[in-house]
Design a binder for this molecule. Structure first.
Ligand code: ATP
Ligand code: MG
Length: 414
């Protein structure tokens, strides 16, 4: 088994200002490659601490470090590297070019010395180009171990891990192929799904490992195959995915790693249908997730965020008596919201939400977490009531995903 250590650098980690999510990401991705992470260590921005951290971690074959590569005074990781690997900083023209391009794109024409300093790299390091930021990743080899230093900014670090570090590890440490497949499901609960799939998990081939990744009603089932023959692994995984379709056909919405908003977007596009939304408790979050997909303008027309009853009646033309008699969080109101926005914006489908996101505002009849979702289509309107829970953020997220999934089901069936 190949072993790894993760070293995160930064005073902000040690005073509790920043949570070390970088380690979790790296550990997850190394494990997926069959690499065993034996240690996660965080140290302060001090040359002595960084060097002692590297010494501790050097018993692993792979050492991945993040943080402290920036141009500010507290970023001294590069000086520590020079000391540890017995080398010196030299200016790297390719890195300088990359920094110039990046800053030009951000409207900065004249680089200052701090910017230029970021193109100083340890002479014996291999540079891993960073397309998302100014500090490149740096790689060293010493005593059969590979040391990789990455910037602390999470999106920069993630891109470098996925696109550069993992491929290098696979080439250097093994000739094994690794195949991943992620099956996306919506509408079950982790404990229930785990029970339903218990036999399936038990009977998986030896070299196919499952992982369940739940969040707000979405559960991703990720299969990882490790072996010598890539085509054979693909085939083994195909067979297992087929079995999943037999066991849980209703909740699988993608086997290609697509999320709900992508799947819904594709369906609308294929069927040449259009969509509008009327949002109360989700406050525009459905609109936001739909428009996060490039090209959504072909099928999405817009939203009326009808947070107050005034907007529901004046703009969305919901019957004010119905609001008075049944409350805004009711079937009759959410149905009108979906149908009226469809008519007002002249679309094929209308989606609406109305609920009590919390933490306050619940009553005995309608506790916090009571949410109505409606989807109005060309032939019918479907309204459903849900009760999620007490946490506002979760209720909003879950409402958004539930609305998307309800729309998806209608699009598939119509
Ligand atoms: P920069 O070029 O932006 O200075 P850097 O390599 O110097 O990058 P740091 O200055 O250490 O990185 O961190 C930049 C930001 O990245 C921090 O403000 C913090 O928000 C985030 N960050 C750093 N380390 C971690 C970590 N381990 N987990 C999550 N976020 C982190
Ligand atoms: Mg920094």
């Amino acid at each position: 088994m190949i072993t790894a250590s993760i070293l995160t650098i930064g005073d902000e980690l040690l005073i509790g200002q920043v949570i070390d999510t970088n380690s979790a990401f790296i550990a997850e991705n190394l494990n997926l490659q069959g690499v065993s992470v034996k240690r996660i260590l965080s140290v302060s921005d001090s040359i002595e601490e960084i060097i002692s951290g590297l010494n501790i971690c050097s018993d692993s074959q792979i050492i991945i470090s993040t943080g402290g590569l920036g141009p500010t005074r507290d970023d001294i990781t590069k000086d520590a590297m020079c000391k540890y690997f017995n080398t010196k900083l030299v200016r790297n023209n390719e890195v300088l070019k990359n920094i110039e391009n990046l800053l030009n794109n951000r409207g900065i024409q004249n680089l200052n010395e701090n910017n230029r300093k970021q193109s100083d790299v340890p002479e014996s390091a291999t540079v891993l180009e960073n397309n998302n930021g100014t500090a490149p990743g740096l790689l060293f080899e010493k005593n059969d171990s590979v040391f990789v230093f990455l910037p602390g900014v999470p999106n920069e670090m993630k891109a470098l891990v996925t696109k550069k570090v993992i491929p290098i590890i696979n080439v250097k440490f093994r000739n094994q192929a690794v195949v991943h497949r992620t099956i996306h499901t919506f509408g079950s609960f982790e404990a229930i799904l785990a029970e339903t799939l218990d036999d399936w998990v038990t009977n998986l081939p030896e070299n196919i490992k499952p992982a369940f990744l739940p969040s707000a009603g979405l559960i991703r089932i990720r299969l990882t195959g490790i072996g010598s023959d890539k085509a054979e692994l693909e085939h083994l995984i195909d067979v297992e995915v087929e079995k999943l379709f037999d066991i849980i056909p209703d909740i699988i919405f993608s086997t290609k790693g697509e999320n709900l908003e992508e799947v819904v977007g594709k369906l609308l596009l294929e069927k040449k249908l259009t969509l509008a939304t009327a949002e109360s408790c989700t406050g525009g979050s459905i609109a936001s997730i739909i428009t996060s997909i490039p090209g959504s303008s072909s099928y999405y027309k817009g939203s009326i965020v009808a947070y107050s009853n005034d907007v529901k009646t004046n703009l969305l033309k919901v019957n004010s008596n119905d609001i008075e008699n049944h409350g805004a969080v009711s079937e009759i109101v959410v149905k009108q919201m979906a149908e009226n926005v469809k008519t007002l914006l002249n679309t094929d489908y209308g989606v609406a939400s109305s609920g009590i996101a919390g933490p306050d505002g619940g009553t005995a009849n309608k506790p916090v977490g009571t949410i109505w979702i409606a989807v109005a289509g060309p032939k019918q309107t479907v309204c459903k009531q849900y009760s999620f829970g007490k946490q506002r953020e979760f209720n909003i997220r879950r409402s958004v995903l539930t609305a998307l999934n309800l729309l998806r089901e209608m699009l598939v069936n119509n």
